[in-house]
Design a protein around this ligand. Structure first.
Ligand SMILES: NC(=O)c1ccc[n+]([C@@H]2O[C@H](COP(=O)([O-])OP(=O)(O)OC[C@H]3O[C@@H](n4cnc5c(N)ncnc54)[C@H](OP(=O)(O)O)[C@@H]3O)[C@@H](O)[C@H]2O)c1
Length: 322
């Protein structure tokens, strides 16, 4: 079925590539934005997708260049805005992550405003825009009413969480003022197969954990996990569902590090997965994904999430199982 044309920003990324795969399989025409359309190696996994040759177009766009997304967005019924810096090391937070995320989102939304064909914008926010708070009642799972504290993110130097919180807030303000139909999705830590053979930041973190690295996950502490396919399907659901509105937490399960490594090392006993983690004194929290489940999304289990990820890492030659 032909569903019309939608734009996906940051098309070459880990999550956007999977979303494009799902959109093409559903019959959409997709305009993807990339920073460097001439980089054939970086884009080959997109051109190999079923339907790509017939229904995918890649257009150059850069978050920090005003008007850069006009061409890609014009004529599209939907815009999935996923491009945002997801970086390991940050030296200049304002320049490297806050400005591209916040001003870049507004830049994309200004292009949306110029497009008379626009039906809905789906913004990929993050669970980190929900859970960085001074006081969390451990008895009440965090839902769409919860916002991370900008002040606390700044104080703790949680630049990624700050960038996502500020970008989502700016998007709501702009869309409310300009009559744009916006829906946001807040995925927890996205795990699963990577279509690109070059691993992004989150996939590299998982590979590190499976190989015995502890530092990153110690810092992460208790965390939510979700399968990449469920996140992509969730984005399509909130785009297509006529009654979808507001924010959507998108999480399968929240686990302490110890719980996570106990589950995955039982499945993969020959991998050098850390056996236990020193515990933080951080407060307990959980997420409530009832709202997106109400649209029909069923989350895969933590076992399926890691099995699919491990299979992909092995197939791509990043990991070998002794
Ligand atoms: N992975 C997760 O666990 C997770 C969880 C919750 C939310 N999210 C959100 O999901 C989205 C995708 O994340 P991901 O994990 O797939 O990360 P990713 O693979 O690093 O993708 C990020 C994309 O943003 C693009 N981008 C970054 N800065 C840009 C700029 N200045 N101009 C234009 N494009 C730019 C990147 O382009 P280049 O390839 O050219 O660098 C890349 O395509 C992000 O909004 C992220 O915050 C991710």
């Amino acid at each position: 079925m032909d569903h019309g044309t939608v734009c996906v920003t940051g098309a070459s990324g880990f999550l956007a590539s999977w979303l494009i795969k799902r959109l093409l399989l559903s019959g959409y025409h997709v305009v993807g934005t990339v920073r460097d359309p001439g980089n054939e190696a970086k884009l080959a996994h997109l051109w190999n997708l079923q339907g790509a040759k017939e229904r995918l177009r890649l257009v150059k766009a850069e978050l920090t260049e005003e008007g850069s997304f006009d061409n890609a967005i014009m004529g599209c019924a939907g815009v999935f805005h996923m491009a945002s810096p997801v970086l390991g090391q940050i030296t200049n937070p304002r320049e490297e992550i806050i400005n591209p995320a916040v001003n870049g989102t507004l830049n994309v939304l200004r292009s949306c405003k110029k497009n008379p064909s626009l039906r809905r914008v789906v913004l990929t926010s993050s669970s980190s825009a929900v859970r960085v708070k001074d006081k969390v009642d451990p008895r009440i799972p965090l839902d769409e009413s919860s916002w991370s504290s900008v002040e606390l993110c700044e104080k703790l130097k949680k630049w990624y969480a700050l960038s996502k919180t500020m970008a989502e807030k700016a998007a709501w303000e702009f869309c409310n003022e300009n009559g744009i139909n916006l829906v946001t999705v807040m995925p927890s830590f996205v795990v699963g197969p990577s279509l690109s053979p070059t691993l992004g930041s989150t996939a590299s973190d998982i590979l590190g954990l499976l190989q015995g690295e502890t530092e990153k996950f110690y810092l992460y502490g208790r965390m939510g996990y979700v399968h990449i396919d469920d996140v992509a399907l969730g984005h399509i659901l909130v785009y297509e569902h006529e009654n979808a509105e507001g924010r959507y937490v998108c999480n399968s399960i929240v686990l302490n590090n110890d719980e996570l490594v106990s589950i995955i090392s039982a499945r993969y006993p020959t991998l050098a997965i850390p056996k236990r983690f020193e515990q933080h004194d951080r407060s307990y929290y959980d997420f409530n994904s009832t709202k997106i489940k109400g649209l029909g999304l069923k989350f895969k289990s933590i076992e399926d999430i890691f099995d699919d990820c491990v299979t992909s890492l092995v197939t791509q030659g990043h990991l070998s199982i002794p």
